[in-house]
Design a protein around this ligand. Structure first.
Ligand SMILES: NCc1[nH]cc(CCC(=O)O)c1CC(=O)O
Length: 326
């Protein structure tokens, strides 16, 4: 395996979307600053980009990451930047998450027509999302809003807001605030969801910088890591892993680091819902940041005690199931 000399550029594998490229450029800048090395972006196409099918129909986790991981393993690229929420919880053999940089605001947001909030949209209005987690939590609010399954890049989704229904238009969409922040589109937001009403996806707003475990970059990238962000997402992902839920399951989790008398503490809350949002199990826990994985694991175990596994096995009977898979 060749190790690039100090004079060759570090090759950073990225997906082609505007968000992926923006996130990759952010990391590339940080790598340039910390290593003094040149970094070039190499575009890698993933199944998640080329298929128009609903993401929930893929079954396998990580449709966006497989091709990037192949490029890392066969040496086409030296590092890859992923949205952490798109990464399966199972470790990838031969690969290491060398850095998890400081996280953006992890909350979900609404972009609705005419500047409206969810509560202001008339019953029967349509909300576009392909995320069972967002759909279930929206249904649980009981506002009488319809979920319409949509896909596409952030720009495509924004373009559907207020467009005619015949052209795939909807009254509102959900997006991650972090993506809009990175793309400079915070102006489009009409409501920021309070995590009390909508818990974000585990890892939302955080990036993962991945490389081969045996690559010298693993050490060089360590300064890009933010220990508090890493602890928070480790706890959130432990919840997902213990619940044996993938990225298409209606599970939300948010860990926050708070300063306690004996140092930092993690506060974690999580929810699992039936797909129609009719039933849910919600729990919270706190514990030491140094034991993030244990804290997340115990939280998931509390949820299993409350029937989380049985709840996830309940099929959805409401009409919005069809829409989710449309
Ligand atoms: N599922 C696609 C995806 N993966 C990461 C983000 C946003 C950026 C982030 O959460 O870090 C998005 C778009 C969205 O959910 O609005």
């Amino acid at each position: 395996m060749t190790v690039p000399s100090d004079r060759t550029a570090i090759r950073l594998g990225t997906r082609a979307s505007a968000l992926a490229r923006t996130q990759s450029e952010l990391v590339a800048d940080a790598v340039r600053r910390h290593t003094g090395r040149d970094v070039e972006l190499v575009e890698v196409t993933t199944e998640g980009d080329t298929s128009g099918a609903a993401l929930t129909s893929f079954g396998g986790a990580g449709v966006f990451v497989g091709a990037l991981r192949d490029a890392l393993l066969d040496g086409r690229v030296d590092l890859a930047v992923h949205s952490l929420k798109d990464l399966p919880t199972a470790p990838a053999p031969g690969l290491t998450i060398a850095a998890i940089p400081l996280r953006e605001d992890p909350r979900d947001v609404v972009v609705a027509r005419d500047g409206l909030t969810l509560g202001e949209l008339p019953a029967g209005s349509t909300v576009g999302t392909g995320s069972p987690r967002r759909a279930a939590q929206l249904h649980a609010l009981g506002l009488g809003l319809e979920v319409v399954g949509i896909r596409g890049n952030v720009g495509t989704r924004l373009g559907k807001v207020g467009a005619p229904a015949e052209e795939g238009g909807v009254d509102a969409v959900f997006l991650a605030r972090a993506g809009l922040a990175r793309l400079g589109r915070l102006d489009a937001i009409t409501e920021v969801m309070d995590p009390l009403q909508m818990l974000p996806a585990p890892g939302q707003g955080a990036l993962a910088v991945e490389c081969r475990t045996d690559h010298p970059l693993v050490q060089l990238l360590a300064p890009l890591d933010d220990a508090r962000t890493r602890a928070a997402v480790e706890a959130e992902r432990a919840v997902l892993a213990v619940l044996e839920a993938g990225c298409s399951a209606p599970v939300g989790a948010l860990a926050e680091v708070v300063e306690g008398d004996d140092g930092d503490e993690l506060w974690v809350r999580a929810i699992v819902l039936t797909l129609d949002g009719g039933l849910s199990v919600r729990q919270s826990i706190s514990g030491p940041t140094g034991d993030a994985h244990g804290v997340g694991t115990r939280l998931a175990e509390l949820m299993l005690d409350d029937g989380a596994a049985e709840l996830m096995a309940i099929p959805m009977t409401s009409p919005s199931r069809k829409q989710l898979h449309a």
